[in-house]
Design a protein around this ligand. Structure first.
Ligand code: 13P
Length: 249
């Protein structure tokens, strides 16, 4: 089964209007050779979305959305607003949202459904804590998360899953290649059991301290269909260095 990979950048709360220049460099680096092999996505802070969406050759998306269409939800944005600004993806259930704002699997599933309602793709994030990994609970934890965070109508067109071990985010630490492969194999099995043949096509991204120096090893693993990149996506050279690994595959 060949699945078209996605290399996605999550800028988190970084960037300003002047970052359009760096973003433009990323977009310019997405040349014909890369476009033949992969999709690319940048999720900047929401206030930059409409500006970044002026550049048409790579996708842009939001880092979160509310599950409602509109209403009295001060400070929130809806998936419809993301789509209106030109976004075609939205990250849902990032661990920084789950941990910092108490988002549950049910909240994440509702946000994924909101994304589809607005006609955009949900990137559903899951991942275990260090405590859970050390207790040998990783597979059980991520399998439960993927089951509960993905609504029944999930498919390979409307949903991407990103596995991000919490302890690997922003720490420079990554699981071993064997550990990543083990988790992705378990996630694939779970998706296939639930969604049948289409479950083998849902893109499974790895995230957590991905950088140009470890990208080749991580992205070559079975059932790894791309990366969700934080810090290294802020610099065009680093982000493109990760994406360009695919030129050699
Ligand atoms: P880092 O690549 O900075 O570890 O962040 C990963 C992440 O959280 C992407 O969503």
């Amino acid at each position: 089964m060949t699945v078209r990979p996605l290399v996605a950048g999550n800028w988190k709360m970084n960037g300003a209007l002047e970052s359009f220049e760096e973003f433009s460099k990323i977009a310019a680096g997405y040349d014909a050779a890369l476009a033949e092999k992969i999709d690319m996505l940048v999720c900047p802070p929401a206030v930059l979305l409409a500006k970044f969406a002026e550049v048409k050759n790579i996708a842009v998306g939001a880092q979160n959305c509310h599950s409602a269409v509109s209403g009295a939800f001060t400070g929130d944005i809806s998936a419809e607003m993301v789509a209106d600004a030109g976004g075609t993806y939205v990250l849902v259930g990032h661990s920084e949202r789950r941990e910092g704002y108490g988002e549950t699997d049910a909240d994440v599933a509702a946000k994924a459904e909101a994304a589809w309602r607005a006609g955009i793709i949900a990137v559903v994030c899951i991942g275990e804590s260090l405590e859970q990994r050390e207790a040998g609970e990783t597979i059980a934890v991520v399998t439960e998360q993927v089951t509960k965070s993905l609504p029944d109508a999930s498919n390979s067109e409307n949903t991407v899953v990103a596995y991000e071990p919490i302890w690997a985010i922003g720490t420079g630490k990554t699981p071993t290649a064997d550990d990543v492969a083990e988790v992705h194999a378990a996630l694939r099995k779970s998706l296939e059991e639930r969604f049948g043949e289409d479950g083998s096509k849902i893109r499974l991204l790895y995230g957590g301290s991905v950088k140009p120096s470890n990208a080749a090893e991580l992205l070559a693993l079975p059932n790894v269909n791309g990366a969700l990149v934080g810090g290294a996506s802020l610099k065009a050279a680093d982000f493109l260095g990760i994406a360009e690994v695919y030129k050699n595959f």
